[in-house]
Design a protein around this ligand. Structure first.
Ligand SMILES: [Fe+2]
Length: 372
């Protein structure tokens, strides 16, 4: 039984200047980023690199067309290293540029070419949630096939995951909060996954503790308090990524995909809408299993009686991201049924990581609970 793997080296620097002093970049590097980060931090260091801005190719989640247009612009530039600096979309896109003989994104995602890595990959996360800098997954929407596909292969793991706290300085509060809640959910879901073990649990628990500590502070002192804790949040998000890269995430993520995909709700915000309802359903179905330990652990961190845990957690998280009925996102009532069907049909990979099995009707009931 495979317990734990961690192939990426993890390095931390306070600033980009200190990072690039130790790890200089230049000719032969392909930098993939967004303009805001480039203008704020990168211009002194990227003179001889080829730089691609994801925003020039499209907005929102990565698509095959965006990746293909970027491949075209890379043209015959010879590069031996991909330097990815950004949030989840930038990182997902960058990962495929390390592949040997890549012609189109579709070929990579369908694995019709051999998935062989022939470039180094350095990832600098610029949000504090995806954990993508330490996972072997890239997800894209293949427009030509009208399907969202994931490529999960160790060939697209980062050689170095480089945590630069300065990268979060320009991140506005909402994406900060959404990504940090996503990280918390990675830690909580991976802790309960049947694939969890003592190695992954250490990372899940440490991430939960660090994230909640900052959240309690933000709830008391307001959004500006985040700036004193950027490094902790980046590390906590990375730890949660290590935990879920090994143990997986479950129903919260599975149920949020139809909402996020159809109504363009940010990933962390969409996840948050389901967190409490899914965990309450878990607690009802098997109150004396591992969730009992988790609930006690989190209640102790928040210094509340365990019976009040989810009310207290909701109160804290609601100060960071608005929780609203799904109908307020425009979701139609009949989609309570169709979303439940689509989760069963397409998300079995994630549902396998649930704490307890949830039937189609139980999933439907959770949608119903958070719809109105
Ligand atoms: Fe996530």
């Amino acid at each position: 039984m495979n317990l734990f793997k961690m192939k990426s080296e993890i390095i931390s620097f306070p600033t980009f200047e200190s990072a690039f002093k130790e790890l200089p970049i230049g000719k032969g590097d392909l930098v993939v980023t967004i303009r805001e980060i480039y203008d704020a931090f990168l211009t002194p260091f990227t003179g001889e690199c080829k730089v691609l801005f994801v925003g020039d190719y499209g907005l929102g989640e990565p698509t095959d067309s965006m990746m293909d247009a970027m491949l075209k612009d890379i043209g015959d530039y010879t590069y031996h290293r991909v330097i990815s600096i950004g949030g989840g979309s930038v990182i997902d896109i960058s990962k495929i540029f390390v592949l040997k003989d890549i012609t189109t994104a579709q070929a990579a995602f369908e694995q019709s070419i051999p998935i062989i890595k022939d470039k180094e990959l350095f990832i600098f996360p610029a949000t504090c949630g995806t954990g993508s800098e330490v996972t072997n997954i890239s997800i894209a929407f293949l427009e030509k096939k009208n399907v969202k596909m994931g490529l999960a292969n160790d060939a697209i793991l980062a050689d170095k995951a480089i945590l630069v706290a300065q990268a979060l300085e320009g991140l506005p509060f909402k994406p900060y909060a959404c990504s940090a809640i996503d990280a918390l959910i990675h830690a909580l879901e991976s802790y309960l996954s049947p694939k969890a073990n003592i190695y992954t649990e250490i990372f899940s628990k440490q991430a939960i503790e660090m994230i909640l500590k900052v959240f309690v502070k933000l709830a008391k002192e307001g959004p500006e308090a985040r700036f004193a804790h950027l490094e902790e949040m980046l590390i906590a998000s990375n730890m949660a990524g290590i935990a879920f890269g090994n143990a997986g995430v479950g129903a919260v993520h599975a149920m949020s995909y139809p909402l996020g995909g159809n109504y363009h709700v940010p990933h962390g915000e969409a996840n948050y809408q389901f967190l409490v309802a899914v965990f309450n359903a878990y607690t009802r179905k098997n109150p004396d299993g591992k969730i009992k330990d988790l609930n006690l652990y989190v209640a102790k961190l928040l210094d509340v009686p365990v019976e009040e845990l989810y009310t207290c957690l909701s109160a804290i998280l609601s100060q960071l991201v608005v929780k609203q009925p799904l109908k307020d996102y425009g979701m139609k009532e009949e989609e309570i049924e169709t979303f439940a069907d689509s989760v069963i049909a397409t998300q079995q990979r994630l549902l396998a990581n649930n704490y307890v099995e949830l039937s189609r009707d139980e999933i439907r009931d959770i949608y119903k609970e958070v719809y109105y």
